[in-house]
Structure formats: C-alpha cells, structure tokens
Design a protein around this ligand. Structure first.
Ligand code: AVI
Length: 305
C-alpha cells in the first residue's frame, strides 16, 4: 500500500480505497446529489435494457466486472426473461460482501443461475470464459465508469483482455462518465457533506490499522482537481505541514513537505466519440450509444469483431 511513496508525486493506488469502510463510503457517495453516475446509469438501463440485450444470442451469459449490489445486472436479466431461456450470470469482484449482496439480489430471479468469482477482473474473465457454454453469446458489463480509474494505456490493455476472453458476436456494455463543466465535476469529487473526503482519508486510516502507521488525520486535507490536459479529476491528500510519518510494517519513514500531496485516484472523463475510439482500438465495433445528457453519462454497446 505504501509502495509508491518513493515516486514523485507520492502515490497510493486507488484499489486500496475499497476496504469494508471504503466500500460503504463509496456506496454513500453514489447516493449523493452531486455524484450522479450511478443514478444516471440505472435510468439508462431501466429505459433501454431490451435494446441492450437485443443483439446477444441465446442462451445468454452475463458477466459483470465489479458487481456492486447486483441491481444493474438484474435489470438486464429481467429484460431477458421474455425470451424464456435460462440466463447464466458470472459476477466478478474481489469483495466478498459485494458478491454476497449481488447473489442475494439475483437469487429472486427464477430463470437465472449465478456464479460468483472472488477474483481480480483478469482472473474472473478467464474463468468465466472457460466455464461458459459452447453456444450462445457473452455480454460483459463494465459499468459505473470504472474504466475511468485506469490510465489510457491500462484501459487499452484491459479492453484487449476483455476482447481476448470473448468470441466474435459477443458484446461489451461500457458505462463512462462524460466531460462536463468543471464546477459540476469538482462538486462530485469534493462534496459539501465531506463523504468523498472521508473516502479519500480512509486510506490513511487503513495504513494506520494495517501497517501500524502513525498518520495524523487532521494534518492531511482532501483535494480534488480537474486536470484539463489529461481530462481527469485527480484526488489528492495534501500534507498541511512538514512531517515525517513512520510506517513500521512497510519498514519506511516518509517525509512530507508542507503542501506536498499524495495522489490517490484519477477519474478520466470522456467525449462520446472518444469512448467509441478507445474501445474500437481493442477490437470491438460500436453498436449503439445511450446518453443521459442531464448527468453527462453514456452507456455504449460494442460487439466483438
Ligand atoms: C469507482 N469509481 C468509478 C469512482 C469514480 O468516480 O472514479 C470512485 C470515486 N472516487 C471518488 N468518488 C467516487
């Protein structure tokens, strides 16, 4: 967790935001009026689910990367009910809580069987590709603008990984947050209730607990900035004073200057056409795009070429 403190600027990888407390803080963020991704995506799924599953051949396998609560994949499974065919759902998440919650949500659907994989996205994709039936289409869901937490080379590589796990005719439904006025973006990542600040600072709480570190929480501040050249919102933790922090279980002491930052997350934002270009470069062709102009959010359906 403290591995990237030797870099300039200092960094912590954003995957460490999601321990049990971090995951529930993120769920709260999704309910904030200023953070509109989850609600916009649910609206689009509710409205267009039939069209989204339309091009995928029976019997359909659905695979969700990072399953959250299972409610979104349930909307698509519901849309498949009228076809009167069995639907297999693979859920991939490293969080056992997310898997349990999703399995419970989907357990109510009779025409569905659910397999949970407690695994990284890459490992889960490989397993699901091995276990799917020889006939029928695979629809991979990568929702919530999770793609935005990958930098451009990593997102290209990951999309290629998805493509490699698929056969021609399979599909990918990608949720991506769009570029929008800076004021709106900053309110979403620096909310007036301070939930995002708590989500970010929880990284320090986690290092204190898991690595025996002695971060003084009151001497770090949450900051969210828009980087227009890279088209991303960056979250940072800024040291309010000069200080040295001891991290015994990583066997390091880290010096911070006053105003020095730890970069903890990037959230890339996209233009609708940029989404098509990004995913097409990994061997997909775009089939349809649905947008919520109000929240500035897009779901795009791609077919594996
Ligand atoms: C999970 N991910 C898409 C969120 C985002 O918007 O980048 C995480 C998040 N960070 C701050 N607020 C929400």
């Amino acid at each position: 967790m403290a591995r990237d403190f030797a870099l300039t600027p200092k960094q912590i990888q954003s995957k460490y935001l999601y321990d049990a407390l971090g995951s529930s803080l993120f769920e709260s963020i999704c309910r904030l009026p200023w953070y509109r991704i989850a609600r916009a995506e649910s609206r689009l799924l509710t409205r267009w689910a039939d069209e989204m599953v339309g091009p995928v051949e029976d019997p359909v396998t659905l695979l969700e990367l990072g399953c959250g609560s299972g409610e979104k994949v349930a909307l698509l499974a519901e849309a498949l009910r009228s076809r009167r065919r069995h639907v297999a759902i693979h859920l991939i998440d490293i969080s056992p809580t997310a898997l349990e919650l999703s399995e419970r949500t989907l357990g109510a659907l009779e025409h569905v069987s659910v397999v949970g994989h407690r695994a990284t996205y890459e490992e889960g994709l490989r397993r699901a590709a091995r276990e799917r039936p020889p006939l029928g289409g695979l629809l991979v869901l990568f929702l919530g603008s999770n793609i935005g937490n990958f930098d451009p080379p990593a997102s290209h590589e990951f999309l290629c990984e998805i493509r490699r796990a698929q056969r021609p005719g399979d599909a990918l439904l990608l949720g991506a947050d769009l570029v929008k006025p800076v004021k709106e973006l900053l309110l979403a990542y620096n909310d007036p209730l301070g939930i995002t600040a708590a989500f970010n600072k929880n990284l320090l709480v986690r290092m204190n607990r898991e690595l025996g570190a002695n971060f003084d929480l009151s001497s770090f501040e949450h900051s969210a900035i828009w980087n227009p050249d890279e088209r991303r919102v960056e979250m940072h933790l800024i040291s309010m004073r000069e200080q040295t922090v001891r991290i015994p279980r990583a066997d390091v002491s880290v010096r911070f200057g006053k105003g020095e930052s730890i970069w903890t997350e990037s959230s890339y934002k996209y233009e609708p056409r940029g989404i098509v270009e990004l995913v097409s470069a990994a061997g997909f062709r775009s089939h349809a795009q649905w947008m919520d102009p109000d929240a500035g959010f897009a779901l795009t359906l791609f077919l594996a070429g």
